[in-house]
Each structure stands twice: as structure tokens, then as C-alpha cells.
Design a binder for this molecule. Structure first.
Ligand SMILES: [Zn+2]
Length: 359
């Protein structure tokens, strides 16, 4: 079998999961779009088969697609617009740096690293991080700081390597890891990002640190805008990043006392796309992603859909076991996430089951 046929078979297998074993939908997809997987095409197929397959997804008849990152304008409550007070004393866990913007060439954009081992992390049910003090350092919500945002062009990323960084020890500039096509597209779309920023109404809260919850949510939305452009350019892991940005937006919504459903719905859509095209920077992240999808659908009260992701995990474990080597890395990861998923399923009636640490 050629590599191309191999790939098509794998993608068909994954589409079958997403279309709930409706082979006719998979056939229609491949006939119309080949194996170029994206959400627009998946929605298109769902409209052609109304009432079957994945009906839990965002309604396709909606005039405004909330998955387009700049379409979703949150209504912020008062808490979201207030800067949370740090609740302990101690040294700052932040390590400030400056970077330069590869898109608009602005110099001295401020960026905040977290000092190693200064805070510990407790995950929420969707693996978004809640930061806790270890005693010596001040406890802060790093989600309010972690995004580096350029005020010239609204490029946003939690990864400093997306910007140009001067390396003091080598005395050399390390240029942005973003591919030239992505940088070009980011240049062409500055006006759209600026218009989006104005519509959100967060103003300076996007740039003053700590951000309020509203500013932090918009900072993540802008990162999603960047990752969407990366996805268009087929940068590996772009959909996986998008899913993770939205679980963090969901956490920020909860911390601000706002509804988190739309954010988790967006996370689920991106994680499903990542799963379908195996868009993971490391192969084992696929199993973790299935665990997150399981939790999102359980949270939505859709046990059937949640179970389908648990079943995919179970099948992965079986297949890897058949391959023999019990110390196989992928098998260890698959087993770990299968066990965690099973534990979540067994515990689902517990009163604190959906509790977010710290809330
Ligand atoms: Zn810029």
C-alpha cells in the first residue's frame, strides 16, 4: 500500500469516529473534499446529512460561526472587568523579558516568563492550569500574564519563540519560529485584529499586567487568531494549540463567574479536528486529547459522545498491545489516559466532580 493510501485509510478511520460510524458521511466527505480536513468541510457534510452524525456540534445554520475567533465577542460581567488581587506575599514568580515583533517590527514588547518551580499547577477537569503557591513565591494566576501581545499589530502568543528574541549569551537575534507565510498573513490582517480588539471593549486591560479576566480572555482569543492562520498554513499542532487556548478561556470564564459552554464547545471542535488529522506535536498527546474530549462531553451531559472517545482510547490500547512490546512509550501513554478516563467515569456521581481547583 502506498503512503498516500495509508494516510487516506487512517483519516477515514478517524472521520468515522467523528461521524458516529456513518460511513456514508465519510464517503461523501472524501468524495467532495479529499483528505484535506477542516471544520468548514465537516460542517458542510453535516448539513448534507441533517439529523445524523454529530448533532452536538455548533449549529451550522447560524449566520455567525462562533468558531471564527474574531466572531465571538464576550459579554463581560463586572468581575471579569476587575483586576483580581494577589492573595499572598512573597517574591514575584515572574521573570520579565522583552521581545521584538516579527510582524510589525515593534521593539521591546514585554513578555513574562514564570520562574522555574515557583508555582505548582492543579488542573481543572479539562486540563487547564490553576496555579498554586509553593510558599516562597507570591501566588498569581499566570493565565493573566502569560500571553505576550504586541500593541502594534495584536500578534499574541504564550510562546516567546514566536517573537524575535535577543539571546544575550550568544549575542545573536533568534528569529521568530513562525513560518514566513504565517508572518505575511499576519501582516495582511492587522486591520481585522485591530477592529476585533476595539469591538471587545477591553481597552488597555489587554496590555496592563496583571490583566483582568476580560483582558486575559481576549489575549487568548488573539492567540487563537494567530493559530488559525498557522492551521491554514498547515503548521503542525495548530489545532491542538487552538483546543488548549479554548480550555484556558473556559477556565478564565469560570474564574470570572461567566458561562464556559461556548468556550468548551470551541475547544471540542478544535480537538476533534486535531484528532482527525493527527495534528499533534507529540504523538502521545492524542490520548490526552481523547481524555479532554471525554470530559467535555460528559460535562455537556452527552454520555454517549463521551463514551465514544473512551472507546477510541480503549481500541488504541488494544491495538498497541497487539503490537507486542509492553514498554512501548505510546502504549504506556494510552494506558495512562485510559485509566484516568475510566476513573473519571467511575467517579462521575461525586458532588465535587466538576469542581475547579480554587473556586
Ligand atoms: Zn507587532
Amino acid at each position: 500500500m502506498s503512503e498516500g493510501e495509508d494516510k487516506e485509510q487512517e483519516i477515514r478511520r478517524r472521520l468515522l469516529v467523528l461521524f458516529k460510524n456513518h460511513g456514508e458521511m465519510v464517503d461523501a466527505y472524501v468524495a467532495q473534499f479529499g483528505i484535506d480536513i477542516n471544520m468548514k468541510n465537516m460542517h458542510e457534510i453535516r448539513t448534507q446529512f441533517p439529523g445524523i452524525g454529530d448533532t452536538a456540534s455548533a449549529p451550522v445554520t447560524e449566520a455567525i460561526d462562533p468558531l471564527q475567533p474574531m466572531n465571538l465577542i464576550f459579554q463581560f460581567n463586572e468581575k471579569a472587568l476587575t483586576i483580581p488581587q494577589a492573595n499572598s506575599k512573597g517574591d514575584s514568580p515572574l521573570f520579565p523579558r522583552t521581545v521584538d515583533c516579527p510582524v510589525c517590527k515593534k521593539w521591546g514588547v514585554s513578555s513574562q516568563d514564570l520562574r522555574a518551580k515557583s508555582l505548582t499547577i492543579a488542573n481543572d477537569p479539562f486540563l487547564a492550569p490553576v496555579y498554586k503557591t509553593t510558599g516562597r513565591f507570591q501566588e498569581i494566576n499566570y493565565l493573566l500574564y502569560c500571553m505576550t501581545v504586541c500593541s502594534g499589530c495584536f500578534l499574541a502568543s504564550p510562546d516567546r519563540k514566536d517573537f524575535d528574541v535577543y539571546n544575550a549569551s550568544t549575542r545573536q537575534n533568534q528569529f521568530s519560529q513562525l513560518p514566513p507565510a504565517v508572518i505575511r498573513q499576519l501582516k495582511d490582517t492587522i486591520d481585522q485584529r485591530k477592529a476585533f480588539f476595539e469591538r471587545t471593549g477591553v481597552g488597555d486591560a489587554l496590555f496592563n499586567l496583571p490583566r483582568n479576566y476580560a483582558g486575559a480572555i481576549v489575549s487568548y482569543q488573539l492567540a487563537d487568531v494567530r493559530a488559525e492562520i498557522e492551521a491554514d498554513s498547515k503548521v503542525l499542532g495548530a489545532y491542538y494549540k487552538r483546543g488548549n487556548y479554548w480550555t484556558r478561556i473556559a477556565l478564565l470564564c469560570r474564574q470570572a463567574g461567566m458561562d464556559d459552554h461556548q468556550a468548551l464547545q470551541n475547544a471540542a471542535e478544535h480537538f476533534k479536528t486535531a484528532f482527525t488529522i493527527s495534528d499533534f506535536p507529540k504523538a502521545e498527546l492524542e490520548f490526552q486529547t481523547l481524555y479532554i474530549l471525554f470530559n467535555i462531553y460528559l460535562y455537556f451531559g452527552n454520555q454517549k459522545e463521551a463514551m465514544s472517545y473512551m472507546n477510541v482510547l480503549g481500541k488504541s490500547v488494544q491495538e498497541l498491545e497487539q503490537n507486542g512490546d509492553p514498554r512501548n512509550e505510546a502504549l504506556l501513554h494510552a494506558k495512562k489516559w485510559m485509566n484516568q478516563t475510566r476513573n473519571r467515569w467511575d467517579d462521575r456521581e461525586y458532588p465535587d466532580f466538576w469542581k475547579t481547583p480554587g473556586l
